[in-house]
Design a protein around this ligand. Structure first.
Ligand code: FAD
Length: 386
């Protein structure tokens, strides 16, 4: 199995690398400090076709796949994770559920604008009462037979891309009935932004990802047409498990990018910064740290590309996606800590990219399934029940 990039993917990688360095890097620090969503940069990403990367051309996409998406995410996150997560959530959580489970009409209605980045989509699964136990959803949706509408009530929390000026829809999971054993029937329903009763709270004050949009959402007798059901009624749980399996590959690519960005910044700094009359990089203690950081980023890259190639080949990839997500997020935190250490006091100053990377790394062990959840999935795939 060859995990090197094809000439087309290498060209995409170079294009996104150039964009990240020339457009994102000079501006993102200020957006981050102001906790402001970078509309201007996101618009440029849309023009480049990044939001349409893994979608068919007939819906306005670029006709690529998850490998292409991972390559783009890795290069963006090498420079900044807020823009990378905006892309990841827009594609994997916003548009992908519609592509995978939508009717032809839903695809035609939403995908072209999602693919160009004209609008962003979000996916509302997590609730204040719990995220890891996603089957414990409390939000409800009742079909009103008189109006043929879903009536949605509940609250979702920590939802990425859900409250920007260009957010077009949020797909929410809700209990739509009970199984014979009393368990919930969970379904996914598309709620367009601006629907009466659908309230978006102010952005959270976060430790990191400060130029990305994260909100709490409330649904108070929100009415949407019955046709906004995404996929089959009662199949929402299975659908979002699939969405999360794929999303883990994307997050793993993003985490790999952050880990590699830490190597890039540390290499530069180790050559520039002098202590005791020579560059700090002349010390074996610093060299070994950077060598270990490079080893980890490289291994994480192999892991996410392996999971992506299994997905593309139509093979089982659940375990490999969980392994890639667990490993890459763990080493992203390691590399961010080591890169900050190499930068000394400057590593604690927000003007240095490694400080941003340090703040942005922790969420990678939490979002789209915590490290504990990844271990549970891996253990289950190994045949350990429970
Ligand atoms: C910035 C940000 C963006 C996000 N974006 C989105 C989004 O777009 N859409 C969305 O739906 N959600 C989103 N999330 C939510 C995220 O996916 C959840 O926070 C995550 O899944 C964990 O859920 P929780 O926070 O409820 O923690 P909990 O589930 O309450 O877990 C708390 C702790 O207990 C551990 N734990 C739980 N159960 C077990 C167990 N059985 N065994 C061992 N340990 C266990 C967990 O690993 C964790 O360490 C986002 C979160 C953040 C912070």
């Amino acid at each position: 199995m060859d995990h090197r990039l094809s000439p087309e993917l290498e060209e995409l990688r170079r294009t996104v690398e150039e964009f990240a360095h020339e457009v994102v890097a000079p501006k993102i620090g200020d957006y981050y400090e102001r906790h402001e969503f970078p509309y201007e940069i996101v618009r440029e990403m849309g023009k480049m076709g990044l939001f349409g990367l893994p979608f068919p051309e007939e819906y306005g996409g670029m006709g690529g796949d998850y490998l292409a998406l991972g390559v783009a995410l890795e290069e963006l996150a090498r420079v900044d994770s807020s823009v990378a997560i905006t892309l990841e959530a827009g594609v994997s959580l916003g548009a992908m559920p519609i592509h995978l489970f939508g009717t032809e009409e839903q695809k035609r209605a939403w995908l072209p604008r999602l693919c160009t980045g004209e609008i962003l989509g979000a996916f509302g699964l997590t609730e204040p009462g719990g995220g890891s136990d996603a089957g414990a959803t409390r939000t409800t949706a009742r079909l009103d037979p008189e109006t043929d509408e879903w009536v949605i009530n509940g609250t979702k929390c920590f939802i990425t891309n859900s409250g920007t000026d260009i957010t077009g829809l949020v797909t929410v999971t809700a209990v739509t009935g009970r199984k014979p054993d009393g368990g919930p029937r969970i379904s996914a329903i598309i709620v367009p932004s601006g629907t009466p009763g659908f309230t978006v709270a102010a952005p959270y004050s976060k430790v990191g990802w400060n130029a990305s949009d994260t909100r709490e959402l409330s649904f108070d007798d929100v009415r949407v047409p019955a046709a906004n059901l995404l996929g089959e009624e009662g199949r929402g749980y299975a659908q979002f498990l699939r969405i999360l399996d794929e999303g883990r590959i994307a997050i793993a690519a993003l985490a790999t990018g952050l880990a590699q960005g830490c190597v890039d910044e540390s290499l530069k700094y180790a050559k520039e910064r002098h202590a005791f009359g020579r560059p700090i990089g002349a010390n074996q203690a610093i060299q070994f740290k950077i060598a270990d950081m490079e080893m980890k980023a490289h291994t994480a890259r192999l892991a996410w590309r392996d999971a992506a190639s299994r997905l593309l080949a139509g093979e089982p990839f659940k375990k490999e996606a969980a392994l890639a997500k667990l490993y890459s997020s763990t080493i992203a935190v390691d590399n961010a800590r080591d890169a900050t250490q190499i930068h000394g006091g400057y590593g604690f100053m927000n003007e240095y990219p490694v400080a941003r990377m340090w703040r942005d790394s922790k969420i990678l062990e939490i979002g789209e399934g915590t490290s504990e959840v990844q271990r549970m999935l891996i253990a289950r795939e190994l045949g350990l029940a429970g």
